[in-house]
Design a protein around this ligand. Structure first.
Ligand code: NAI
Ligand code: 15L
Length: 266
C-alpha cells in the first residue's frame, strides 16, 4: 500500500464516515481522529479521539504519519470563538505537528465558502481573491494561507480542496451547480495524494455538472476528472423563473451562507 500511516481528521463526520471505508486501500494503517466517538477500531484502523485545539494531543496523533486528510472542524457557520478553536487553532496545530513530524502532504478540506460572495454570474479560478461569506469561510481562508505559508517555508505540500456540496444527492437548486459526488470526492483525494508534485494547489471540488462556477484549469497538474454529474437529478428542483437571477439561494456561490439572516448572532 502507498502509505504506512495515513491520518484522517473529522473521521466521525458525514464525509469522514464515508472516507473511513474508501481510503483503506491507500494505507496499512488509517489513523482516525475526531473529538466525537468513532466506535471500535476495525482492521487496519487506529483511533485517536482528541480535540484539534489540544496541541500536545495533535502532536501525538501525528507520530509516524506520512500524509493527512484534514477534514476535522466545525463545518458550518458558528460563533467566531468556536470557529477559532476548532478551525483556526485546530488547523494551525495540524500544520505545525505535520511539519515537526515530517509529514509530506496534506489535503485540506477547504470550502466554497472561501469564495461564497461571488455571484452566480461570476466564473472564477484559483487565482481569484477570496470572498468569504462567514466566519466559517474566513477560517477556511486561514487554513489555505497556512498551507501556502508552510509550503513556502518548509516544503510541506497541500492541496486545498474547496469542496462544493458533497452529499449523496443535491438537496436544492444551488447544489445542482456545487454538487460533488462521493465517488468524485474520493477521486479528487486520490489525485491530490498521488500526483507527483502539488506544492500549494487549490482544487475546486465539484462533479462534472452542467453549470460550473469554478474553473479548475490552474489545478490541471492533478489530472482530476470527475465522472458524475448532477444532470442525473435534472428536473428535481424546478426553475422558479428567477435562475440565475434573484433567487437568493443561487445569487451567491455560497448560497444561504451569504444571506444577511444567516450571519451568526450570539
Ligand atoms: P461534519 O460536521 O459532519 O464533520 C466534521 C467533524 O469534525 C465532526 O465529526 C466533528 O466532531 C469534528 N470536529 C469538530 N470540531 C472538532 C475539534 N475541535 N477537534 C476534533 N474534531 C472536531 O462535516 P462534513 O460534512 O463531514 O465535512 C468535513 C469537512 O469538509 C469539514 O472540514 C467541512 O468544513 C468540509 N467541507 C464539507 C462540505 C460538504 O459538502 N460536506 C463542503 C465544504 C467543506
Ligand atoms: C460547506 O462548507 C459545509 O460544510 C456543508 O455542510 C455545505 O453547507 C456546503 O458547504 C455547501 O455549501 O453546500
Amino acid at each position: 500500500k502507498p502509505f504506512k500511516r495515513l491520518l484522517l481528521t473529522g473521521a466521525a463526520g458525514g464525509l469522514g464516515k464515508i472516507l473511513r471505508e474508501r481510503i483503506k486501500p491507500w494505507a496499512d494503517v488509517v489513523v482516525l481522529s475526531d473529538i466525537a466517538d468513532m466506535g471500535e477500531a476495525r482492521e487496519g484502523e487506529e483511533i485517536i479521539q482528541c480535540d484539534l485545539a489540544d496541541k500536545a494531543a495533535v502532536m501525538r496523533m501525528m507520530e509516524g504519519v506520512e500524509a493527512v486528510l484534514h477534514f476535522g472542524g466545525i463545518s458550518t457557520e458558528n460563533t467566531f470563538e468556536n470557529i477559532m478553536q476548532a478551525n483556526i487553532l485546530g488547523t494551525a496545530n495540524v500544520y505545525e505537528a505535520a511539519h515537526k513530524k515530517g509529514v509530506k502532504r496534506i489535503v485540506f478540506a477547504s470550502s466554497n465558502h472561501t469564495v461564497g460572495f461571488y455571484r452566480n454570474t461570476d466564473v472564477i479560478d484559483a487565482t481569484a481573491p477570496t470572498r468569504p461569506d462567514s466566519f466559517y469561510g474566513v477560517s477556511k481562508c486561514f487554513g489555505e494561507q497556512l498551507a501556502s505559508y508552510y509550503w513556502d517555508r518548509t516544503g510541506l505540500e497541500t492541496v486545498s480542496l474547496r469542496i462544493g456540496s458533497s452529499f449523496p444527492e443535491p438537496n436544492d437548486r444551488r447544489m445542482m451547480v456545487t454538487w460533488l459526488s462521493y465517488d468524485d470526492l474520493v477521486e479528487a483525494l486520490r489525485r491530490s495524494l498521488f500526483a507527483t508534485r502539488v506544492g500549494f494547489t487549490i482544487l475546486f471540488g465539484m462533479s462534472d455538472n452542467d453549470v460550473a462556477w469554478w474553473d479548475n484549469s490552474k489545478a490541471a497538474h492533478l489530472g482530476y476528472k470527475p465522472k458524475d454529474s448532477s444532470s442525473q437529478f435534472d428536473g428535481k428542483f424546478p426553475d422558479s423563473g428567477e435562475y440565475p437571477g434573484a433567487n437568493h439561494y443561487v445569487t451567491y456561490h455560497g448560497g444561504a451562507f451569504a444571506l444577511a439572516e444567516v450571519r451568526y448572532k450570539d
